[in-house]
Design a protein around this ligand. Structure first.
Ligand code: 2M8
Length: 448
């Protein structure tokens, strides 16, 4: 592997650097996803940011959840962006126009009209735990948040179970690649080939390209045309979820989203039991968790053992070897033997144990795969936040040694102190935006 010089910060410097990044990106109302590239609140970024904030201030973490829930739609959907007054991001509120076109969207704050993986119950869990470890005031603040946020997160999960289960199996479907959080992952290439932008697509100018070191770290213009076309279709459908799922050009059962949902349903059910919520709602969450966990297990590729997405529009499996193939490690639902072979594959030479990797942080695409592009966004680079989610879920299932190994490798990766959005797996070079909030947040959690 080519060697680049990387500075190396000690633990105390790294922790204070991470806290400094979160403070720097804090507008008071929200911690933006990054300083320049993403000057707004993203749904799943916000959840990971809360995990980091909970290590600094229970009250600040609780307020972050309140800001996010302030953007929740009346039907329960948590939108993928809650906009700040910041500018410089496209597509902004004027392209989405959800307040004008949808009857469920709030007028203020302005929001986007799609969603992202439902990892928010994990954030609520960490805030509640931090409150219980903290002062009497922290404890009170966290319990107060639990009381207001729990029913809202229940409504969010119900929205997914109701509007995003087109096959009726518990496999959660997405209507736009952005909903997966892994925008241009090769997972979506075949499904996007069926998205044909109309000639009446309103012209637009991208604003992301001058904010990263090299345009090759971002998706292509052809990909952006498809992203914008799907939004155009949604606008015309008034963002009505069933209409979008019925008629939109893109509908894919996403195993990673499904696993996140299954995990979050169990976590929310635990929180509900601890706080005497309705036993019916708790039981409903448990049944969604079991159903979606089983749905992920049922996608298992007999050849590789990895989970596969399902393209509902084309009626075919997507077997591209990406990190989503390990989704059952997030939510369980597989036999102990299947789980052990997934862990072995994850740590083996086609994945984190690949001999050319600079560190064993989890790559987004197998470095042995033909489509592996080491500096292109979701086509290969290592995203610390993805590794964090796996370590959190694996610890929950008792996979402590594997989780500790991934954590140690990630801390080696991020010790350069840039808190990059993603990293080059072969060199460890920082890529995308620097001072990315969710990277700082998960580092803070790992160091505590
Ligand atoms: C990236 O996605 C946005 C669109 O939502 C973009 O590229 O403009 C993804 O990495 C996504 O997972 C993330 O939530 C977002 C903000 O960090 O950026």
């Amino acid at each position: 592997a080519p060697h680049v010089h990387r500075p190396h910060l000690g633990t105390a410097e790294l922790a204070s650097g991470a806290a400094w990044v979160l403070a720097g990106n804090d507008t008071g109302r929200m911690v933006t996803a990054s300083p320049r590239l993403y000057p707004h609140m993203w749904s799943w970024d916000a959840a990971f940011i809360m995990v980091g904030l909970a290590r600094i201030s229970v009250d600040r973490a609780a307020r972050e959840m309140e800001t996010l829930l302030g953007g929740q739609w009346s039907d329960g959907m948590i939108p993928h962006i809650v906009f700040s007054d910041g500018t410089g991001y496209f597509p902004g509120p004027e392209r989405w126009e959800t307040g004008r076109l949808s009857t469920a969207a709030p007028g203020t704050p302005a929001t986007s009209g799609i969603c992202q993986p439902p990892v928010h119950a994990i954030a609520l869990r960490t805030i509640v735990d931090a409150g219980r470890r903290g002062s009497a005031a922290d404890n009170r603040r966290a319990e107060e948040l639990l009381a207001t946020a729990w029913p809202r997160l229940f409504a969010w999960h119900r929205w997914l179970a109701t509007h995003r289960d087109p096959l009726g199996t518990g496999l959660v479907a997405i209507t736009h690649g952005w909903e997966s959080g892994m925008d241009n992952s090769p997972r979506w290439d075949s499904a996007y080939s069926g998205v044909r932008p109309g000639t009446d697509l309103t012209p637009y100018t991208r604003k992301d390209l001058d904010k990263v070191g090299d345009e090759g770290e971002r998706p292509t213009d052809a990909e952006y045309d498809r992203y914008m076309w799907l939004i155009e279709e949604m606008r015309r459908a008034g963002y009505r979820p069933d209409e979008v799922a019925r008629n939109g050009s893109f509908l894919v059962g996403d195993v990673f989203m499904t696993a996140a949902f299954a995990l979050a349903c169990d976590v929310l059910a635990d929180l509900g039991e601890e706080s005497d919520r309705s036993p019916e709602q708790v039981a409903t969450l448990r049944s969604w968790a079991a159903r979606s966990g089983a749905a992920v297990a049922a996608t298992r590729d007999p050849a590789t053992g990895l989970a596969r997405d399902f393209d509902v529009r084309a009626d075919r499996w997507i077997a591209t070897p990406t990190i989503a193939g390990f989704s059952s490690l997030l939510c369980g639902g597989v036999t102990p033997e299947e789980r052990a072979s997934l862990v072995a594959a994850l740590e083996g030479p086609d994945w984190a144990g690949h001999p050319h990797l600079a560190t064993g942080a989890l790559p987004t695409v197998s470095p042995s795969a033909a489509g592996f592009l080491p500096k292109q966004y979701w086509r290969g680079p290592q995203w610390p936040v993805i590794s964090w989610l796996f370590t959190w879920a694996m610890r929950r299932q008792g996979l402590h040694d594997s989780a500790a190994g991934i954590r140690a490798e990630c801390l080696r990766l991020v010790s350069d102190g840039t808190f990059a959005e993603y990293y080059h797996p072969l060199t460890g070079a920082p890529l995308g935006s620097l001072s990315q909030s969710w990277t700082a947040a998960v580092v803070l959690d790992w160091l505590n």
